[in-house]
Ligand binder design. Structure first.
Ligand code: URA
Length: 441
């Protein structure tokens, strides 16, 4: 393969054949292409784009660059959810056991956070003993037995994405729609799914800041997913304010368990998280023909969540993945696990107009809850909880949130920065709607 000719072809706006793209991916995985040439190729794709055929060929070649999970035939459909990431986005945690209880199999292969968006695996790492790295055979075994697993990609799954993503990250070529589509879908297609729901976020703390960009990405992923035989839908959701009332790894696990607890079904602080979890489950019920309408599906999902069965399934999943359940359940009873907790107070009375997810995400990352580079260590205990919601009424000196930090000076510095994250007005403010659009084709 003359890779230089392929770089030049893409640089000049040419189209690459499926064969050429397969050869490129084979060479990437075999380390036969120098990083500087691959970087040049990625930049050419960034500027020239890939058409639908090229994107499909690239995605399938990436999927086939490693192991694809193989499941025995079973009446339970294989489903998953992918989120483009946000602050406080812990939906995967309660969703996996809920879906298992609704009669699905869920091989949820998740990732780590980078920057301000949290990663499911980082959240799960805060559970004592929980293993996120499992061999493919064990992933299949747990899914067949329990209906769900949440774990990381094995070294042998989609190795082409690992290599390409690491280079994109340092060459300014991450925000390219065809490269994002191929990266996300190659990993989801390696799970051998029947149906997939995509939560594409827009707003200040989202990968796609505008709704129009989120829609473009969602449409591209839905079209390609369907073309590859996976019934794919996307929802566009608001990421200008954090989801739920906690953000930070352990605090989000705690909130996820609360969401699974039927006793909290009326808790207003959990209503947006519950709404999103139930909506994702409802779409998958409709996509797989297990419900006739979204309304029926929502009721089915809500009934299941309120039954308490998904809470029990969560414990079963934890035990299967090595968690020390007694230690975990004791940890849940603690008010906090970080050394210092500081309350941020409202400076005046009124209605909350703003709760800036981007700033909150940055503060949590700087408290040690996220990563600045791939190799940064993450502190599981830091973050914010009891975060007020937009539209809520507060009185002067009421709590806006609690800051969980490693020491007093970090807590104070975070508190000072967070003052700008909240806005208060004497005028009543409407609660922003979380769900914006559904993309089905
Ligand atoms: N998440 C991924 O897995 N890949 C991308 O390219 C962007 C977000």
């Amino acid at each position: 393969m003359n890779f230089l000719a392929l770089i030049e072809a893409k640089r000049d706006g040419g189209t690459l054949s499926a064969n050429q793209l397969r050869e490129i991916i084979a060479a990437v995985v075999a380390h036969r292409i120098a990083d500087y040439q691959l970087a040049a190729f990625l930049m050419a794709v960034f500027f020239r784009g890939l058409n639908a055929e090229e994107t499909t060929a690239l995605t399938l070649a990436m999927r086939d660059s490693g192991d694809v999970l193989k499941f025995p035939k079973d009446a339970r459909p294989l489903v998953d959810k992918h989120s483009t990431g946000g602050v406080g986005d812990k939906v995967s945690l309660p969703l996996a056991p809920l879906l298992a209880c609704l009669g699905f199999r869920v091989p949820m292969i998740s990732g780590r956070g980078l920057g301000i968006t949290g990663g499911t695996l980082d959240k799960l790492d805060s559970i004592p003993g929980f293993k996120t790295l499992l061999p493919a055979a064990r992933i299949v075994e747990i899914v067949q037995q329990l209906g769900c697993v949440i774990c990381g990609q094995t070294d042998r799954m989609v190795p082409a994405d690992k290599k390409l993503y690491a280079l994109r990250d340092v060459t300014g070529t991450v925000p390219s729609i065809p490269l994002i589509v191929a990266s996300i879908l190659s990993k989801k297609l390696a799970e051998s799914l029947d149906a997939l729901i995509l939560d594409v976020k827009f707003g200040s703390a989202a990968f796609m800041q505008t709704k129009a960009d989120a829609r473009r990405l969602a449409k591209a992923m839905v079209a390609l997913g369907r073309k590859c035989g996976v019934n794919t839908r996307a929802i566009l959701t608001d990421m200008n304010t954090p989801l739920g009332h906690s953000a930070g790894n352990w605090l989000e696990v705690k909130e996820s368990v609360a969401c699974l607890d039927p006793a909290t079904s009326g808790d207003p602080g959990l209503s947006d998280l519950r709404e999103l979890v139930l909506t994702c489950a409802a779409h998958l019920l409709v996509q797989t023909g297990k419900a006739k309408s979204l309304n029926d599906a929502c009721q089915q999902a809500e009934g299941c969540l309120n039954s308490g069965a998904p809470r029990k399934k969560w414990d079963e999943m934890l035990a299967a993945q090595g968690a020390e359940l007694d230690t975990f359940n004791h940890k849940l009873t603690l008010d906090h696990t970080a050394p210092v907790v500081l309350e941020l107070k409202a400076p005046s009375s009124g209605f909350i107009t703003k709760c800036d997810a981007r700033l909150i995400g940055e503060v949590i990352r700087d408290l040690g809850g996220g990563r600045l580079t791939k190799d940064s260590a993450v502190n599981p205990d830091v973050g914010l909880d009891r975060i007020v919601k937009v539209g809520e009424r507060v009185r002067s000196r009421d709590m806006l949130c609690r800051v969980h930090a490693a020491d007093c000076s970090q807590a104070k510095a975070a508190g000072a920065r967070l003052e700008a994250a909240f806005g208060i007005s004497s005028q009543r403010v409407k609660k922003p709607s979380l769900l914006s659009e559904t993309i089905t084709h």
